[in-house]
Design a protein around this ligand. Structure first.
Ligand SMILES: Cc1cc2nc3c(=O)[nH]c(=O)nc-3n(C[C@H](O)[C@H](O)[C@H](O)COP(=O)(O)O)c2cc1C
Length: 218
């Protein structure tokens, strides 16, 4: 059964745009085929701990004896890795927090980027190579090319490097910007663009879910 692993990391349970867009993607994925399944992990409501020990960054054969306090952490990491490895499509809600990833999402990245398991090392190449990963980025401001803040987003680039370059996944990014335009004084002029980008993100998410459902089935 084609499976979607749906991650959310926004700390806003009410007005989150990334949650709204990932939900639209998941709904379209379910509608596209009754056989499609979804596993939802909410990294904010049910956070992973920080990586308990540096040894967990390496495959079991290179860890040596894992100290007793870290065995439970090792089991949790295995669960998170198995969940990712079983997914046909990965969907990641990724708000921009302090020009970076939410710490809840960073903790997930620290758990799943394991050379020799998900990334190349020794005999292991990249078991997730070519699998689709969809990143839904929501950003309070805007980071347009040619503006002084163009390269201040250090969230999406990290996901492109880890998921795309290290794990070899086929990464698509759906972005919605200026999400704070309706909340903060002084940004009123940006409200039309903010609303337009949100509507476009919903459409893009639904269309991509249908496309990926068809390609996974083929
Ligand atoms: C802790 C925190 C840090 C933030 N830092 C930034 C930032 O560096 N740049 C930015 O454009 N917006 C920033 N924002 C605004 C969020 O990116 C914006 O509210 C976005 O819509 C959050 O995603 P969500 O709507 O899915 O919750 C921050 C918000 C929070 C809560």
């Amino acid at each position: 059964m084609p499976s979607l692993l749906h991650l959310d990391s926004s700390a806003d349970p009410v007005d989150s745009r990334s949650r709204a867009v990932t939900a639209a993607f998941a709904a379209a994925w379910r509608d596209a085929d009754p056989a499609n399944t979804v596993v939802h992990r909410d990294l904010h409501r049910d956070p992973l701990p920080h990586l308990a020990d540096a040894s967990l960054h390496w495959p079991v054969a290179f860890r040596g004896e894992v100290a007793a306090p870290f065995r439970a952490a090792e089991r949790l990491q295995r669960e998170v890795l198995d969940e990712l490895l079983a997914a046909d499509v990965l969907l990641v809600g990724a708000p921009l927090y302090n020009y970076s990833l939410p710490s809840s999402l960073k903790a997930w990245v620290d758990h799943i980027h394991v050379p020799g398991v998900t990334a190349p090392f020794g005999d292991v190449d990249r078991p997730l190579a070519g699998r689709p990963a969809v990143v839904v980025s929501s950003r309070g401001g805007s980071y347009d090319e040619g503006t002084p803040t163009a390269d201040w987003d250090h969230g999406v680039p990290v996901l492109r490097i880890i998921l795309g370059e290290a794990l070899g996944m086929d990464v698509s990014v759906i972005a919605t910007n200026l999400t704070l335009a309706e909340r903060l004084p002084g940004l009123e002029e940006q409200i039309p663009r903010s609303r337009r980008e949100l509507a476009e993100a919903h459409e893009a998410a639904a269309a991509l879910a249908r496309t990926l459902s068809a390609s996974v089935r083929a």
